[in-house]
Design a protein around this ligand. Structure first.
Ligand code: MRU
Length: 373
């Protein structure tokens, strides 16, 4: 039997019997594949903040499963108190990272389920233990559904993305919008995986992605595991490979897309988009509809997470590489202006400028398709 690769592990999983969240600790990759089990609120919060689980869709699934696990631990004897505690857990997990809207989106989905169940139980003849069991069953179902949907969403994005590519194409990607950022396929990597299955022989360039090296540690690793021809480049090399004509398309993921198509993704993405425009390379954002935030009008209103300076000055180095006390600006994301984006690929089709109308149509298609799918 072929050796197990990183793609054979679940990025996010749940042990329903033990009520534990199971994730790959991505801070240890590629050197060590370590699965960790979490059941305490602080540990789940830390895992998200410290990027043990990261990537917008994976964060959403982990938070939903984490919230279910925390809900199972609530000890009370009234529905009102249960909901009060539930909301505290939800708000706490929601505070772990601010930019990826999937975190909030997944927690709100769980909240809707809890509220709906509580409302329908209000005048029931069940005792509290029975009511609690009904609510927890519904929350369990919802968090499993969020994961299942993510797999379908990524695969469908992959199919749309693949329709834009030709065999032998060079593709550049930034950060990790791969399987490790989702539950399967990834978003930006989904067309690559599907094309590889069909013999497309893509040549992929993975930006290393300073300062946390998601491109070097995660994207290069998972693509190599799938036998994809991947070349790792420093972030400041992307202009050269585009100028050389080695890149026919850029595919990136996203953390929040505003209603006008402005897109927040890993810091450096807007630089890549600017270069792509300069060298006439189409620039595609792969976006599950759960990442499109119609309540945020433009990129200016997106809250950009700022992280610790040590990620820039010390992390990954044997010794500190910057003078002690130097001022550091370390935003985790930047916003790519909508006019730099050729298309935003969702599971309900590809949006093109002007994006707002296409998003409205896409959400209409989603609604017509029924809840979730
Ligand atoms: O800080 P990270 O590693 O969570 O940032 C991840 C990204 O920016 C990804 O491109 C984005 O979340 C999309 S993942 C499908």
């Amino acid at each position: 039997m072929a050796d197990k690769t990183i793609l054979d592990y679940e990025t996010v999983d749940i042990d329903l019997e033990k009520k534990e969240l199971i994730i790959i600790d991505q801070t240890k990759l590629p050197g060590k594949t370590e699965l960790i089990r979490l059941s305490e609120a602080k540990d789940i919060w830390d895992a998200i903040y410290l990027l043990k689980v990261r990537g917008a869709p994976a964060i959403g699934v982990a938070a939903a499963m984490g919230l279910y696990i925390l809900a199972c631990k609530i000890v009370t004897d009234s529905l009102d108190e249960f909901y009060e505690e539930f909301v505290k857990c939800k708000d706490y997990l929601d505070s772990s990272r601010p930019t990826a809207v999937n975190l909030h989106w997944a927690l709100e989905r769980m909240d809707e389920v809890a509220k709906g169940e509580i409302l329908s139980l209000k005048n029931s003849n069940y005792n509290y233990a029975q009511e609690e069991a009904i609510i927890l069953k519904a929350l369990e179902k919802e968090c499993l559904l969020i994961k299942e949907e993510d797999i379908w969403v990524c695969r469908t994005i992959g199919e749309y993305g693949l329709s834009l590519l030709k065999p032998g194409d060079g593709i550049l990607t930034h950060c990790n919008a791969g399987q490790l950022a989702t539950c399967k396929y990834g978003t930006a990597t989904a067309p690559i995986y599907l094309g590889t299955e069909q013999g497309y022989n893509f040549k992929v360039f993975a930006d290393e992605t300073r300062p946390l090296l998601q491109g070097a540690r995660l994207t290069a690793y998972e693509l190599m595991s799938a036998g994809v021809d991947v070349t790792l480049i420093c972030d400041n090399t992307s202009g050269m490979v585009m100028k050389n004509g080695w890149v026919q398309a850029v595919f990136v993921g996203c953390d929040r897309v505003a209603a006008n198509g402005d897109t927040a993704n890993k810091i450096g993405t807007s630089m890549v988009a600017t270069l792509a425009k300069r060298y006439n390379v189409p620039f595609y954002v792969c976006a599950p509809t759960s990442t499109i935030d119609m309540s945020t009008p433009t990129g200016d209103e997106i809250h950009i997470e700022e992280r610790k300076s040590e990620e820039v000055t010390e992390m990954w180095y044997e010794e500190r590489m910057a003078p002690a006390g130097v001022k550091v600006f370390n935003p985790a994301f930047d916003v790519t202006d909508n006019d730099l984006i050729t298309g935003i690929i969702t599971e309900y089709g590809i949006a093109r400028a002007p994006f707002t109308q296409d998003f409205i149509d896409i959400f209409k298609r989603k609604e017509e398709a029924g809840y979730g799918k």
